[in-house]
Design a protein around this ligand. Structure first.
Ligand code: NAD
Length: 281
């Protein structure tokens, strides 16, 4: 990684001969992961409900990729995404379930239909994709890796995020169960929990711009993460290096889950500990 800016990740894996399905591949972290898996030599199936975005992802990579326009909330679409990988590449080695939605609303104004849709994409979709991928991996008998996504808000109170935070916490719980049930098949299941990552639409909508302007200086690293910095962890979790890692939640948040930015200096003038520090003697 470029230590100055943190804006690019230079880390290499060799996934030649491996196939990966990536959902939510039309933009953001999903598109970055397509680019990174292609660069690592993998055969990529990129799935999303956004056809134009998928075409943009295709244009952003040098090697051919397979696009599937699909809605992961539908069982037949989840099956079709996985079957595309099996038809094209013989089997599926990795499945990265990144697609999600995160509309925010005040709890008192939250509409049940929106709540249901958030859970349909973030939970039902992750479940359907995990199930379809695991069935195909078991049929091929080679094991595999499944990477699901959650969010730092799953463990924090965050105003406006009732549906989203609850849905991401559910994904973490689901992934732990999947890790236990799929381990006998040598399928490892992990969850990536990003913090603030720079995927917001540009130019930033005004309310979002104001909120980010306030929030970013208070982050431990005083910057958002780059999509590639999340993708690097997905690559690692699919690599040989992660062969004994399953059921874990991987925070990729620059320390934001621990607290705010440290600005120092640390001064302790509590007289109770003078006898410990020797101060004033
Ligand atoms: N960006 C962040 O700051 C952040 C923070 C915490 C967690 N995350 C998580 O990281 C992941 C990616 O985030 P992002 O910011 O790149 O997201 P994004 O909103 O930029 O992209 C999500 C993609 O998923 C697709 N998608 C949504 N519903 C779908 C469906 N039903 N079927 C198929 N595709 C669908 C969208 O079309 C879009 O292309 C998500 O799981 C999100 O919860 C992101």
């Amino acid at each position: 990684m470029d230590a100055e800016s943190g804006s690019s990740v230079n880390i290499s894996f060799d996934f030649t001969g491996k196939s990966v399905v990536i959902t939510g591949a039309a933009r953001g972290i999903g598109r970055a992961m397509v680019q990174q898996f292609v660069a690592a030599g993998a055969s990529v199936v990129a799935a999303d409900r956004d056809r134009d975005g998928l075409e943009g992802t295709r244009e952003s990579v040098a090697a051919p990729i397979t696009l599937v326009v699909a809605d992961i909330t539908l069982a037949e679409d989840a099956d079709r995404i996985v079957q595309t990988a099996v038809d094209h590449f013989g089997s599926i080695d990795f499945c990265v379930n990144n697609a999600a939605v995160a509309p925010h609303a005040a709890l008192l104004e939250e509409r049940a239909e929106v709540w249901d849709q958030v859970f349909a994409v973030n939970c039902r979709g992750t479940f359907l994709m995990t199930q379809a991928a695991a069935r195909a991996m078991i049929a091929a008998g080679k094991g595999g890796r499944i990477v699901n996504f959650s969010s730092g808000v799953s463990t924090k109170g965050s105003a406006g995020a009732a549906a989203y935070a609850a849905s991401r916490a559910a994904t973490e719980a689901f992934s732990r169960v999947a890790a236990i049930e799929l381990a006998p098949h040598n399928i490892l299941v992990n969850t990536i929990s990003p913090g603030l990552i720079d995927t917001q639409p540009k130019p930033l909508p005004p309310v979002m711009a104001a909120a980010l302007e306030k929030r970013i200086p208070g982050l431990p690293l005083a910057r958002p993460g780059e999509p590639e910095e999340v993708g690097a962890i997905a690559l690692f979790l699919c690599s040989e290096g992660a062969s004994y890692v399953s059921g874990a939640v991987w925070s990729v948040d620059g320390g934001a889950g621990l607290g705010g930015r440290f600005t120092g200096p640390i001064i302790d003038d509590d007289p109770r500990y003078d006898w410990v520090t020797g101060r004033g003697q």
